[in-house]
Every structure is written in structure tokens, then in C-alpha cells.
Design a protein around this ligand. Sequence first.
Ligand code: ADP
Ligand code: MG
Length: 404
Amino acid sequence: MTLRTLDSLGSLEGKRVIVRCDLNVPLRDGVITDDGRVRASLPTLNALINAGARVIVCSHLGRPDGAPDPQYSLEPVAQRLSELLGKPVAFARDTVGESAHDAVTSLEDGGVVVIENLRFNAGETAKDDATRQAFAAQLAELGDVLVSDGFGVVHRKQASVYDLAELLPSAAGLLIAAELDVLDRLTEKPERPYAVVLGGSKVSDKLGVISHLLPRVDRILVGGGMLFTFLKAQGHAVASSLLEEDQLDTVRGYLAEAEKRGVEIVLPTDVVVAASFSADAAHEIAAADAIEETAFGASGIGLDIGPETAARFAEVIRTSKTVFWNGPMGVFEFPAFAAGTKTVAQALTEVDGLSVVGGGDSAAAVRQLGFSDDQFGHISTGGGASLEFLEGKKLPGLEVLGWA
Ligand code: ADP
Ligand code: MG
């Protein structure tokens, strides 16, 4: 079965269309530092506006605890969306309450409202089916149909992503369709060598993908927070760096399996070690087997790959024909620890083949470091979702839209 697309919904004129976007943008002091995900939502929203639909935009933002939390309000995102659409966008101060219902009732054809953060409601991410379905039913009261376009969350079985799509007539939006086009090219006979570059901070999430990637790729490059679990698994001390102690055996298993399969796992040979986790922390370059031998001893924290590693990674990337990258190589938000990420980004722009960057922070990083979207084959809005797609997993948010 193939994905149901917008035209499967028939005429949308005058209909109340709920659009599940992924507007989970990085914010600093209430200001959006990268609006890539808002921009990525525009094609679908404009298509719906032009079709005369009454557009109800919903999304999550950050990880609030299932209750309202002002620092995660979608209001700044609604403002940015209004600027980008060039038209007023209403904002509802709750998700399924009086404010949302009033705002939807006031919508005219072609009008747009953003409702407050889905995750202010515990039902959105509840593990319990009934709790999730109850919240989905409340959401369903707001609209006649659902357009699912939050690619970054299609791997999550959440109320607005999965259950709501079962309650209302539903279809994928243009962003999801475009993302899948590119990911299909990465999975169906990718040109070889095929390299996957992994970094970032969601270490336990991302370690798991390696076992599924091993049969599919030629090279896996490991940077970011997870590199320390690899170094430790090889017997090196990692001072106070990010470490998943309980994953050491798993990682040793991956290293053995990679060797058996002839997959090259490229690990750092040097790292940048800082005195503390802060922008202006004193820092030194240490060999990967001597991380505790800096001036900071056992309290040092590895915040970036070192220059030798970055150069080696760049070489491996440039000589690959297909490259997928998820997760910054270091804490790029602090300029002193952004060099590894920058070198890797530069190498991706030089790939003679298909280069894809995926993930909210990874996409933000390349733009913040001065690269433009057209220097890459594709910048995906989804990190975890892309990775799970590449692993060959069934994604609940796509299956519910007819994709198999
Ligand atoms: P993405 O959103 O692209 O999927 P993640 O959310 O997994 O990426 O990770 C992004 C975060 O990882 C960034 O905020 C970055 O600061 C952090 N990070 C990268 N390397 C390290 C490290 N060595 N220690 C701690 N955090 C790191
Ligand atoms: Mg992230």
C-alpha cells in the first residue's frame, strides 16, 4: 500500500483541517534560533489555504511534563508562521479547551490557527492506549480531517500522530511525501560506499540503531555524546564525559559484529576535553586513550571530536557516494566546541553523490555554522524518524496513513 496523499481527501473548501506539523524548533530565551521546521511546513499549509480550508495547526515543542509550561508555548512559533505565510495566524492558549474551540469556530475559509503545545496534555505521549485515544478523541472534535505532516515524529506512536489518524479521514502532507522520496533513495540500492555519521546527545536512542544499520552500510562514523561509550568499551577512561555504562556490552557486540561483516566503524582518535560544560570553559585536545590525562583529570568533559578525528572523518565522508548524517559531533552551540561539526558539515557538501543531513539540532547546526540548504542533497526535518526509516523499521505514523 502506498501513502494516502492530500488529493485523497477530496475538496477541502470550508472544511476544518487539522494539520499535525513538527514545529519543534530550537529556542533560546524565547527566540527561535532556527526556523527550518516552520519553513518546511509552508508548502502544505499554503496548499490548504489556497484550497479554502480552515487550517488548525498543531505540534509539540520540547519536552514539557504533560502539563502547561510557559517556556514551551508555541506562541513564538505562531508569530513566526504568520510572518512566513504573510497573513494573520490566530493562537489558541490551550490545545483542546475553550480557547481552541473558540478559535476554530472563528476561522474563515483559508484562515489559520495554531493551537497550544500538544504535550501540555499527558494523553499525547501516554503509553496507555486508552489514555492516548481519549486525548485523540478530544483533538478530533476540532476538525473534519487530518493532514499528517510532522515527519520528525512519525516514528512515535502518539495521540496526534497515530490515534487521531484512525479517528478522522487522514492523509500525508507534502513534507512527509518529500522526505520519503529522498529516504527511498537511501534505502533502495544506495550507491556505495555508503556511510552513516552518528553523533548528538540522545545516546541510548541512537546506539540501538547501529545493530540495524550494520547489515546495510559500509561505514559508521561515531562522534558526539555516544563516542565515549565506544571508547570506554575499548577500555579507555573517559573522565566525566557522557557515558552509557549499561550499554558497554552492547557496544562491544557491535564492534565484533562490524568486524565480522566488514563494516568499518570509524572512532575518534582525539577529542576536545573541557573543564566544565560551558561556553567559555578551559579546554585541551587529548588523545582518545588519554582523556583523563589533561589538566582537568577525571572531571574533564569531552565536548567535541579533535582535529585529527575531524580530518579523518572528512576524508571518509568525501570518499563515500552516499552519506547520511544525524547528530552534531560536539556541543556546537558553544563556538569553542563547534569545529568538529563544521568540518563534517563541510565534507558533506563535497560528497560526489547523495548527502543527507537529518535531525532538528543537526539541521540547526549546519545553518548556524553558515552552510545553506542547497549545499546538501537534502536536509531532513527528522533525525530519529530518518534513522528508523533507514533501519527498515515500520513507522506507526506512516503505517496509519496507508504506507507499508
Ligand atoms: P538531532 O536533533 O540532530 O537528532 P540530538 O538531539 O541527538 O541531535 O543531539 C543534539 C545535541 O547533542 C546538541 O545540542 C549538542 O550540544 C549535543 N552534543 C553533541 N556532542 C555532545 C557531547 N560530546 N556531550 C554532550 N552533548 C553533546
Ligand atoms: Mg535534537
